[in-house]
Design a protein around this ligand. Structure first.
Ligand SMILES: [Zn+2]
Length: 134
């Protein structure tokens, strides 16, 4: 049988928040957002306290699999980190990742904020051994 039916999930395209040009994915990992504490979950997911309480059971955090920070590249503006939120209606909400977003990602730090002591440390570490460069 012919597999002609157009796939329902159209490939999402992302656009530069500065110039609206089409963005390229750089192939970075998705840094998923998590929420900590009932009120934060409630606020971000727009759900009832009861539901938030149910979600939080595990370890006081909720990993939002529909929101993440990903690296993109614009021809004009270069690389940028965008926060993507996949909404229930299938639309994607895109915004520049801010410091607060980074705080809520899965164990990552904001690469846009240089931290000399940390990078120096990891530099020295990487000279010693090449473990977990990824
Ligand atoms: Zn741009």
């Amino acid at each position: 049988m012919p597999n002609k039916r157009s796939r329902k999930t159209k490939k999402q395209q992302f656009y530069c928040p500065y110039c609206q040009a089409r963005l390229w994915r750089t192939g970075s990992p998705k840094h998923y957002i998590y929420y900590q504490g009932i009120s934060e979950i409630q606020k971000n997911l727009n759900i009832s306290r009861k539901k938030a309480n149910f979600l939080i059971k595990q370890n006081n955090t909720y990993l939002d699999r529909s929101s993440w920070i990903e690296d993109f590249c614009c021809e004009q503006h270069g690389k940028m980190w965008l926060k993507i939120s996949s909404k229930v209606n299938g639309l994607m909400e895109v915004s520049l990742a801010n410091e607060n977003d980074w705080k809520n990602t899965t164990g990552t730090i904001n690469p846009n904020i240089p931290n000399p002591s940390v990078s120096e440390f990891s530099y020295r570490m990487s000279r010693k051994s090449k473990i977990r460069s990824n």
